[in-house]
Design a protein around this ligand. Structure first.
Ligand code: SF4
Length: 301
């Protein structure tokens, strides 16, 4: 990990089967047009805003009512770079499989490494830590997918290219979904989707409830569009070591159950109300250390 092989998909599917999750019918995404899911304010929120804990909803007031621009701090910047790197690595792996048709895992691995320097140059990384993190992820992807390719080629040499690619790289990164039925943005992107309905998010922040609320938002949007139940989703935490040259990953399967769905509704409605009223809701007792408005509300502290 973080790059899933087909075996990882089967492993996670089995784990999910062993975690029961009851969901009330009125909290299914396809019931977006009745309370409590029905949006009551005329605004479309970013799902990413829900991943920050701001108990008074000032974040929404600042962004949508006051038009304040966020100040992306270094922790957030690094996190968004890691998302970009995973997505780019995934699409490059698929592109090599489609266009160069490597005949073995070793050949694929060499092709991936040959691309690494070029892509690092294109990204114009001027921070050593970003270069190290990028290369660590890239090499991990090359290893994961080369071994998947070998296993698949042992199975059969006569697979169609499309079938082969979907088994070697089983997810789609930055899968777009339209959240407007639920009062969310029209161009929401799921970090990774394994068809038909396994939703995966990557996090470099510490585990927290707000990340799970945002995950519930993705699941509800998915249900609202495809009418497929999503009872579980996955967060993969990517934790880089001190000198950023290696990392560990932790996988958490999250139940998208009634309490989490109701927390989503509560937070969405709080943020939407603060985004549409002229009244400053003030500061909460504590602020999210990753909040992009710390420099506005807390003078950068
Ligand atoms: S800094 Fe605090 S009050 Fe301001 S938006 Fe962030 S969490 Fe809310």
């Amino acid at each position: 990990m973080p790059f899933y092989s087909y075996d990882d998909v089967l492993r996670v599917s089995k784990l999910i089967q062993e975690i029961p999750c009851e969901v009330s019918e009125e909290l299914r995404g396809w019931n977006w047009n009745t309370p409590p899911l029905l949006p009551v304010h005329n605004i479309q929120l970013n799902v990413s805003d829900l991943s920050f804990s701001c108990e008074t909803g000032r974040l929404a007031f600042l962004r949508y009512r006051m038009g304040h621009r966020e100040q992306v701090n270094e922790k957030l910047n690094f996190g968004s770079f890691i998302h970009r790197a995973i997505s780019l690595t995934t699409s490059t792996a698929k592109s090599i499989l489609y266009n160069s048709v490597p005949r073995s895992g070793a050949e694929f691995y060499e092709m991936m490494l040959a691309k690494m320097e070029n892509v690092a140059v294109v990204l114009d990384l001027n921070n050593d830590n970003y270069v190290k993190a990028f290369k660590a992820l890239w090499k991990r992807a090359a290893l994961t997918y080369s071994s998947s390719l070998d296993r698949l080629l042992e199975l059969s040499k006569y697979l169609s290219i499309d079938g082969l690619v979907s088994r070697v790289v089983p997810w789609i990164c930055e899968f777009p979904i339209d959240g407007r039925l639920l009062g969310l943005g029209r161009a929401v992107r799921i970090d990774a989707l394994v068809p038909p309905s396994l939703i995966i998010e990557f996090k470099t922040r510490k585990p927290n409830r707000s990340s799970e609320i945002a995950l519930a938002a993705y699941a509800l949007i998915f249900e609202s569009l495809y009418k497929i139940p999503v009872n579980h989703a996955v967060i993969i935490y990517v934790d880089f070591d001190f000198d950023v040259s290696s990392f560990k990953t932790y996988e958490r399967i999250v139940k998208i159950d009634d309490p989490l769905r109701l927390e989503f509704v509560e937070k969405r409605d709080l943020y939407a109300s603060k985004a549409t009223l002229d009244l400053d809701p003030g500061l909460p007792g504590t602020c999210d250390v990753y909040c992009p408005y710390l420099s506005v509300c807390r003078d950068g502290s």
